[in-house]
Structures are given as C-alpha cells and as structure tokens.
Design a protein around this ligand. Structure first.
Ligand code: SF4
Length: 322
C-alpha cells in the first residue's frame, strides 16, 4: 500500500493545531527533494486528513539552478502529484546558487575585501539568499494572513538542529507587533496582520521513521543500492519514489556539491555534475579560496559514471510507480 494509514498520535503543538483548523489559514510544505521533506509531505497530508484540518495546503520548492542534483524539480513535482498537493517552484530573482557565489566574489573583489566567495557555517548566505528569501517572497504574495510553514529539519541531523525549537514565529514575514513573541503569545495577540509560524513536524523522527513515512525502509534502500552497484538499474529503481541520489549512496540530498558535504558525497556529486564541478573549481582557482575551509574540490577523486544523472532522473520518473 502506498500510504500507511495508522493513526497519528498527538504530536502537534496546540498553537499549530488551532491555526490549522481554520479555513483562512495556509499550510506551506517546504520540499527539497530529500527523504526528510518527502516524509514530511506524506505525514502532513495524512495528519491534515485525520484531524480534519481546514487550512489550505501548498508545497514550495526553492530551485537553486545548476547547483541541484539533475531532475530534482521533476521528482518533487511527481511526489506532490501523488498526494494531490499543488507545488510552486520559486527561484532567486538574480540567478541560482552558482551565480550567487560568482556575484559575491565580484562584489568582494570590487570592495577590496579578502574573504571566501563560498558559504560556510558562520556565513550561510547560500540558504538565506536562495531558499529563505524566495520562499518568504512567495508566502508574502499569497492573500493568507495565517501561515504555518513546515520544514523537514530533524534533531538527529546535527547538534545544532537538535537544539532548535519545533515552533518559532517567522519574523521575516510576520507583522511587526508579533515578530518577537513566542508562537503561543503571537497567536493570542493576533488581530489580523500576517502571522507566520515555522514548524518542524518531523524534528523528533528517527531515521527509520523517516524512511517509513517516505514509503521505504533502510533495508529496502540497502537492497536497491546493492542492485544498482551490480548494474541492475531497472530493478534498483522499480517502485522507488524518493530521490535517486540515495540509491547511488548519498546519505543526504543537498546541492550536488554542498559546502557541508563529506568527501564521498562531494566525489559523487562532482562526478555526476561535471559542469557544476568545473564552475566551482574555476572559482576556487580565481579566488584562491577552497570550496570548504579544509578541502579543495581539486582533491576530490572523480570517477566516470556508467549512467548520467539526467538518465537516472528520467528512469526514476518512469519506474517510480512500479
Ligand atoms: S545544500 Fe549546502 S550549499 Fe546548498 S544551499 Fe544548502 S547549505 Fe548551501
């Protein structure tokens, strides 16, 4: 069965529950194409039906352009279509992430500043400029005044994420009087201006529960990875509704080359996305800065994939409903 139908225990904060019961509210589901956001999408659709929520559901994907794994947007479209949730794709108006890094380098050089063009943990402008801001703009463009904005971050992913509260007022798009309040206070004082609350509905999910919500399991994934590495590509992807990068061996789906990825995932991302790799290598050479503070892309061992990322994306879309 595609959806498991077991009842969801009460895991929803009362403030979110109260807002989602209203027909004038909007539930925004942020999708990256990764397992966490896909699990969240399916979980939220089930929760919405079981609780009889009246809020309208929409999904949003911030497309980062060349930096993304090939075919990610099409995969997300298929995932949303499975569950009948409309998807809006947003983009940074001045170009994707690769362009953002190059623009930053040009600006820094013009100002005579000697700092890296790439993001790092202290300066994570890649996410704020190419995801947060376009999604804020999208939410602002909608007529709804009450918004629950769901993201698939999980505590297990990192100590920093573990410390994150599950709910917070999204101050960038909330009316001034409510910006600095706790969600419960903001909801109590809400009088009709925009109130947007960020919610992490799967923050407490362990990995196995994520795979279960995403229609799979660790065992199923490992079986598919073995099939792929034996060259049994069709068998590996038959009925697989998640992103193909997991079957290749990725633990996370991020940009094809992410400033936080480990060496193995960088090697895979670079080998499947030679144009992206060439772009970042050029920027490393010109700027004199490495892609990661402790690692240059030059040191990544590239390989020649037996099948292109584009073909993998097409195959996945053909075989996902097995
Ligand atoms: S996936 Fe990595 S490089 Fe891409 S926007 Fe997120 S943090 Fe930045």
């Amino acid at each position: 069965m595609f959806f498991h139908t077991e009842l969801i225990f009460d895991e929803t904060p009362p403030v979110i529950d109260a807002i989602l019961k209203r027909p004038d509210a909007l539930l925004v589901i942020n999708l990256s194409g990764g397992k966490d956001s896909y699990a969240m999408l399916r979980y939220m659709v089930r929760l919405h039906a079981q609780r009889g929520y009246q809020a309208q559901i929409v999904a949003v994907h911030a497309n980062l352009g060349l930096a993304e794994w090939e075919g990610t947007e099409a995969i997300i479209h298929a995932q949303c279509s499975d569950v009948g949730v409309p998807l809006t794709v947003v983009r940074r108006s001045r170009g994707g992430l690769v362009k953002r890094f190059w623009q930053r380098w040009q600006t820094l050089r013009a100002e005579g500043r000697d700092v890296p063009p790439f993001s790092d943990s202290k300066n994570r402008f890649c996410t704020s400029d190419t995801k947060v801001q376009p999604i804020d703009k999208f939410i602002r463009s909608l007529p709804c005044r009450l918004v629950v904005n769901c993201m698939g971050l999980r505590a297990e992913e990192s100590p920093k994420r573990a410390k994150k509260g599950r709910c917070a007022v999204r101050s960038s798009i909330t009316t001034k009087a409510l910006k600095k309040l706790l969600p419960e206070e903001a909801w109590e004082q809400w009088e009709g201006g925009r109130l947007a609350i960020d919610w992490l509905p799967i923050h407490h999910f362990p990995l196995e529960r994520v795979w279960q919500e995403a229609g799979s399991s660790k065992k199923d994934l490992e079986r598919r990875q073995r099939l792929f590495h034996k060259g049994k590509i069709t068998e590996a992807f038959l009925g697989w509704r998640n992103h193909y990068a997991y079957v290749l061996g990725n633990k996370r789906l991020s940009c094809a080359l992410c400033v936080f990825a480990g060496a193995k995932e960088l090697a895979r991302g670079a080998s499947y996305h030679p144009l992206l790799y060439a772009n970042y290598r050029k920027l490393e050479e010109i700027s004199g800065y490495q892609f990661k503070q402790d690692l240059s892309l030059k040191s990544i061992p590239l390989f020649t994939p037996t099948i292109s990322a584009q073909t993998l994306a097409c195959l996945l879309l053909e075989l996902r409903v097995g």
